[in-house]
Design a protein around this ligand. Structure first.
Ligand SMILES: CC(C)(COP(=O)(O)OP(=O)(O)OC[C@H]1O[C@@H](n2cnc3c(N)ncnc32)[C@H](O)[C@@H]1OP(=O)(O)O)[C@@H](O)C(=O)NCCC(=O)NCCS
Length: 176
């Protein structure tokens, strides 16, 4: 398993992997047209290229035997008030292909995000997660995130409740 920083050249890969993993995650519990409306609006190569080029965005790709099997996107963004902290960073996406769940890929992506956040001097890392996404909720709790509040996420035409979760980032050691 290799974790690497995504570049502009990865826009098409992220579009395919983003669409596939989003559909795998949400099709079972949502209306297909809501899921596909979101996928079509978010995972084109052009949009992925634009996101990768934006300042304050870092994407990581997990490769297993050369195949992209997961990705995460870390970004500077406006944090909801409930997050707190002076220097928050958002994990905007973290997705592993279903066939690779439970094999440490998510942990490797999360650790890459936490390390980058530490290096960037963040003091808090936060994310939004659908209140019904039990698998992700368990994963985030395992990594020390706790619930701080909620907000509305529009999936196609369906307004959903996302929980806002956050955890502190330890400052880098000073060697003492
Ligand atoms: C959530 C997700 C990223 C986790 O990735 P993963 O590769 O399956 O997780 P890992 O195998 O790396 O697990 C890492 C640790 O978290 C734990 N963990 C994973 N899923 C868990 C769960 N549902 N509940 C409790 N702990 C969990 C593992 O046991 C492991 O802990 P350990 O180191 O003590 O053994 C993955 O399941 C996924 O992509 N889900 C679909 C997409 C999604 O919902 N993304 C989030 C949208 S907000």
């Amino acid at each position: 398993l290799l974790i690497r920083i995504a570049t502009q050249k990865d826009a098409a890969t992220l579009a395919v992997l983003g669409a596939k993993t989003f559909a795998e995650t949400f099709l079972p519990d949502n209306r297909a047209d809501d899921v596909m409306a979101y996928v079509d609006a978010s995972f084109t190569p052009q949009l992925q290229a634009r996101e990768l080029a934006a300042p304050g965005v870092w994407a990581f790709i997990a490769e297993c035997d050369g195949e992209a099997v997961g990705y995460a996107k870390l970004q500077r963004s406006e944090a909801p008030d409930c997050v707190g902290g002076d220097a928050p960073l958002e994990i905007a996406r973290i997705y592993v292909a279903a066939a690779f769940h439970g094999r440490g890929v998510g942990a490797a992506l999360m650790n890459a995000c936490l390390e980058k956040a530490t290096a960037l001097g963040a003091d808090t890392i936060w994310l939004g997660v659908w209140e019904r996404n039990e698998r992700a909720l368990g994963f985030y709790r395992r990594f020390g995130f706790d619930e701080r509040g909620d907000h509305v996420f529009l999936l196609g035409s369906d307004p959903q409740r996302d929980l806002i979760m956050a955890r502190p980032i330890e400052p880098p050691g000073d060697g003492r």
